[in-house]
Design a protein around this ligand. Structure first.
Ligand SMILES: [Zn+2]
Length: 346
């Protein structure tokens, strides 16, 4: 190969390489170009390794030119690389542009369960009357759930509650919030007690539109000296008027619970028919909202109070029942079915 030819070839090499690089649009192609034109086996690199074979007089000239070309190609590579980066940045900015004038996407808000909303409303009313919230366990002993509440073993009253029993004998899921009465009295005795006990209760029952195996309940308990039936009536009536409206008709009628004596149930006038009688109130014109009564002397004693000196009243109200009445919900099983279409309405 003649040396003049070699110089011509070098010029040709440079021209081709620079032409090729100017057409490159992406990073991968640019890397391939670099390997081809600046890599170990690139033509210009071959010139360097073949330099000892070049005629002595021409060697400096060829070497110098090859060096210049190598530098020119490296500069071209850097320049193209920058240009490609700029182009892809521009593309990213325009294609994924954020239009700050567009309305935002509203996040989906969670909400409180309808019975929790009612429960909080109820607790707030009692709080204003000086009642504190007292929490007691969902898992109870047979004794606390029944025995200490004046429901001894084999007492026929136990038929009123179908119970979930734990594998450990004598341990049950509470069937009502009433065992909390014993917990609260034992925590406060001999001081007076004024508490509400909200929580979940569990019953081993065939579910139907009117009964489910779990439901919330709020227990009300007041114990002190000189507490009378009139105090109970006044407190519960005041509560019912706050919850259902000032003009609602209320009635208290006798009932039976093993842990209260005397016992009663409170009804409010049916708000659908205004007392005339309809499907919801089954023609009676009244809707039952709670059970109540004066705390039984045995229960007082089990709580640590002397029934000769102390008296008290208790009541139990179901927030679920109140929610059903207020929103005309016809099936109690909707509450724990976890159907968003139902829950979203509240
Ligand atoms: Zn009615």
């Amino acid at each position: 190969m003649s040396e003049t030819n070699l110089l011509t070839q070098l010029e040709d090499m440079q021209q081709k390489a620079l032409q090729a690089v100017s057409a490159i649009e992406d990073e991968a192609a640019l890397q391939a170009w670099r390997t081809a034109h600046l890599g170990r086996s690139a033509p210009v690199m071959q010139v360097f390794s073949n330099l000892p074979k070049v005629e002595k007089e021409l060697r400096p000239q060829v070497g110098q030119r090859a060096n210049q070309i190598k530098q020119a190609l490296e500069a071209a590579f850097t320049e193209r690389s920058e240009a490609i980066k700029q182009t892809s940045l521009q593309r990213a900015l325009t294609q994924a542009a954020l239009d700050v004038t567009l309305p935002g996407r509203r996040p989906v808000h969670g909400r409180l369960h309808p019975t929790t909303q009612i429960l909080r409303e109820m607790v707030a009313i009692f709080a204003e009357m000086g009642f504190q919230v007292f929490l007691s366990p969902d898992v109870e002993t047979d004794d606390l759930n029944f025995g200490l509440l004046n429901i001894p073993p084999y007492h026929p009253a136990r038929d009123m509650w179908d119970t979930f029993h734990a594998a450990t004998p004598g341990v049950v899921l509470r069937t009502h919030t009433s065992p909390g009465q014993i917990h609260a009295m034992r925590a406060y005795a001999p001081e007076p007690v004024r508490v509400v006990l909200p929580g979940m209760c569990y019953r081993y029952e065939q579910t139907s539109v009117r009964s489910d195996m779990q439901f919330q309940q709020v227990e009300v308990l007041a114990v002190g000296q000189h507490i009378t039936f009139a105090d109970m009536k006044g407190t519960l009536e005041g509560f019912a008027r706050r919850l259902f409206g000032n003009n609602v008709q209320i009635r208290l009628r006798p009932s039976y619970f093993p842990f209260t004596e005397p016992s009663g149930e409170m009804d409010v006038e049916c708000f659908l028919c205004g007392g005339k009688g309809c499907v919801i109130c089954k023609g009676s014109g009244w809707l039952e909202i709670m059970g109540c009564g004066m705390v039984h002397p045995t229960v007082l004693r089990n709580g640590g109070y002397d029934p000769e000196q102390f008296s008290g009243f208790a009541a139990g109200i179901g927030p679920g029942r109140v929610a059903m009445l207020r929103y005309h919900i016809e099936d109690i099983r909707y509450f724990w079915a976890n159907d968003v279409r139902f829950l979203e309405q509240f």
